[in-house]
Design a protein around this ligand. Structure first.
Ligand SMILES: [Zn+2]
Length: 199
C-alpha cells in the first residue's frame, strides 16, 4: 500500500504550490489555498490504458452519402483520403458530368485516442503529404466540414455524423467508433498524481 507523505503539488489552475497532507490524498482532492483561486485539484487521475486499442474491431468509417453501402474504414493514426491507391482511404473516382472533383491525395484525417475520455478524435485537414517529396500539398477543389471550407493549414475536428465534403461534389459521413462502456471500464487506470516535492 502507498504511504502518502506531506507533499507539494502545483495547482492545476493557477500553477502555484499547494501543501498537500496525507489526509488530502485519502480524500482524493484538495482545494487551492491561494487567494482568488480556490480550484479543487483532483489528486487521483483516471484514464484508459492504451492497450485497449489492440484488437478493436474498428476505428470508425466514412460512409458515402449518395450511396451508404459504400463504406471506408479508418485506421488509427494518419489516414490520407483520395483517389490514389497510395491513400490509406482510397475512394472511387466519382464522376460528375465528365469530371472527378476528388484529388489523388485530397485530405488527411488523424485518428487519435483520447486516453482521458476513452473516445476517438478525428482531426481533419485539407491536403496531404506527397508520397515521394513528402511536401504537403493542398487539394485542387478544397475540403469542407459541415459545409465550411477549410483554409490552408487549418485543422478541425470531424465529429460523429459530421459531413466531409471533397471537392464540392462528394460528401461522406463520419461514423465514429465508440468503445463499448463495459470494455472501457475494464481498461480504466486510476493513479495518484506525482507530487512536485515530498517533505
Ligand atoms: Zn490555484
Amino acid at each position: 500500500m502507498t504511504v502518502f507523505k506531506n507533499s507539494l503539488i502545483s495547482c492545476q489552475k493557477c500553477g502555484r504550490r499547494i501543501a498537500v497532507k496525507a489526509r488530502d490524498f485519502e480524500n482524493g482532492a484538495i482545494q487551492c489555498t491561494h487567494v482568488g483561486c480556490g480550484y479543487i485539484n483532483q489528486l487521483v487521475q483516471s484514464y484508459y490504458d492504451e492497450h485497449i486499442l489492440i484488437g478493436l474491431p474498428s476505428f470508425g468509417q466514412l460512409v458515402y452519402e449518395a450511396n451508404p453501402t459504400m463504406k471506408y474504414p479508418l485506421r488509427l493514426g494518419t489516414n490520407v483520403v483520395g483517389t490514389s491507391p497510395t491513400c490509406e482511404v482510397a475512394v472511387e473516382r466519382f464522376i460528375h458530368g465528365d469530371k472527378c472533383y476528388i484529388s489523388r491525395r485530397h485530405c488527411t484525417i488523424e485518428v487519435l485516442f483520447n486516453k482521458w475520455t476513452g473516445r476517438f478524435r478525428y482531426q481533419l485537414q485539407d491536403g496531404a503529404s506527397d508520397i515521394d517529396s513528402h511536401h504537403y500539398k493542398n487539394s485542387l477543389n478544397g475540403t469542407m466540414l459541415n459545409g465550411y471550407l477549410l483554409q490552408n493549414g487549418e485543422k478541425m475536428d470531424l465529429n460523429d455524423q459530421g459531413l466531409l465534403g471533397l471537392g464540392g461534389k462528394d460528401v461522406f459521413r463520419l461514423e465514429a467508433y465508440l468503445i463499448p462502456g463495459k470494455m472501457l471500464e475494464s481498461y480504466r487506470i486510476s493513479k495518484v498524481i506525482e507530487p512536485d516535492e515530498t517533505q
